[in-house]
Design a protein around this ligand. Structure first.
Ligand code: SAH
Ligand code: SF4
Length: 395
């Protein structure tokens, strides 16, 4: 294996066939769905049409029971129910924050759990979804990073999080009712648990389904994928998914970034910036978001702000910088920068001509804020000592 190859060694994907032998139709691409129908006995000549009909029932109307697919013959519906299911993750708990943020804990096959967060705003709502159970990476300020990777989520489990939230928000359209243009769930961010670019194919297939015009039909501009910097997969993201990109930048020198975002040891700041400069979709209307977590005394100096601008300018990257006040979690080895420090940092960036919004912390009372996600029942934990050692601190 070349030293630059992505880490995939402890990644498993579960088979799509469920224990009772039924195949879950959720998460299949249109081609896969068509093949599955033919295999089960749907005549080839009808397969394209049936694929379109079933697709619409599942993704446009949110139907989970073949019996409700009234434009299909009764006998055919029964045949489908014999071979297939329409399954999405099961909600185990649902917490609602004082500010309206909702956090769901969902159970997926194998008894694992993932967290999904819905953040309502005035004229839109963002769903923060997970791509893995845990994460192979060990960013020292991130709660998910303390949880060992258990497995990649399947495409069904990824798009299933969106379907689950639409269920909870009661946002599936009712046939015949006028189309409501303001959506409660209007945006998706892949900023929950896991590194989406280490689960590329499943994330891609799930987002393609979310964007499909005959279904959930979210615009690619309303989907943002956040990565810690898996450089070889960045160009592929533009080509195969086409969504917006956010980068967990967090430090302006390799020395500090090696500690905060250890993937930097594999692909350093310069290599990352070059990949971003050639991100085919980047333009003034589709800027790349630089996420920057504000850690007291670690990465929040005026020099850091100037260096950050210099990096972006040197590579001429259409960018906005999103400053994230650090969300503390039990045992975290860092402190949040003061509000004054964050404002001073933001001001330097703003003066240099870049947007520098400070991310509002939402859902803190229910531990739903960025980087606080981690399933409470997950046993495979790293010790505090290990976290401190990885952060380069004395334990
Ligand atoms: N693995 C991907 C996406 C998930 S993390 C990534 O790293 O980009 C989503 C964002 O939350 C990232 O920018 C991450 O660095 C940030 N984050 C993680 N822990 C945090 C914390 N405790 N406080 C604030 N932001 C955090
Ligand atoms: Fe994984 Fe992202 Fe957390 Fe790093 S910040 S440990 S890549 S989830």
């Amino acid at each position: 294996m070349s030293p630059k190859a992505p880490i995939t060694q402890d990644v498993m994907t579960i088979p799509r066939k469920l224990p009772e032998g039924k195949i879950n139709l959720v998460g299949l691409t249109r081609d896969q769905l068509r093949d599955a129908l033919i295999e089960q006995g749907t005549p080839e000549k009808q397969a394209k049409m049936r694929t379109g009909q079933i697709w619409q029932w599942i993704y446009q109307w949110g139907v989970r029971d073949f019996a409700e697919m009234t434009n299909l013959a009764k006998a055919y519906r029964a045949q489908l129910a014999e071979h297939f299911t329409i399954e999405i993750p099961e909600v185990v708990t649902r917490q609602v924050s004082e500010d309206g943020t909702r956090k769901y804990l969902c159970r997926i096959a194998g008894g694992h759990e993932v967290e999904v967060v819905y953040i309502p705003e005035e004229d839109r709502g963002t769903l923060c979804i997970s791509s893995q159970v845990g994460c192979t990476l060990t960013c020292s300020f991130c709660h998910t990073g303390t949880q060992k990777l258990v497995r990649n989520l399947t495409a069904a489990e990824i798009v299933g999080q969106v379907m689950m939230a639409r269920d909870d928000l009661e946002e599936w359209p009712v046939p015949g009712a006028p189309k409501d243009e303001t959506r409660l769930l209007s945006n998706i961010v892949l900023m929950g648990m896991g590194e989406p670019l280490y689960n590329f194919e499943n994330v891609r297939d799930a987002m393609k389904i979310a964007m499909d015009p005959e279904g959930i039909s979210l615009s690619r501009r309303r989907i943002t994928l956040s990565t810690s910097g898996v450089v070889p997969e960045i160009a592929r993201t533009a080509e195969e998914i086409g969504c917006l990109l956010a980068i967990s930048f967090h430090a302006t020198t390799n020395e500090t970034r090696d500690v905060l975002v250890p993937i930097n040891k594999r692909w350093n700041i310069e290599e990352l910036l070059q990949a971003l400069a050639s991100y085919p979709k980047a333009s003034n209307s589709e800027r790349i978001t630089f996420e920057y977590v504000m850690l007291d005394g670690v990465n929040d100096s005026d020099e850091d702000a100037h260096r950050l601008i210099d990096h972006i300018k040197r590579h001429n990257i259409p960018a906005k910088i999103n400053l994230i006040p650090f969300n503390e979690w039990p045992g975290a080895p860092y402190k949040r920068s003061s509000n004054n420090r964050i404002r001073a940092f933001a001001n330097i960036i703003y003066q240099a001509g870049y947007a520098s919004p400070i991310r509002k912390t939402r859902g803190e009372d229910i531990m739903a804020a960025c980087g606080q996600l981690k399933s409470a029942t997950e046993r495979a934990r790293k010790s505090r000592k290990q976290i401190a050692a990885e952060a380069g601190l004395q334990s």
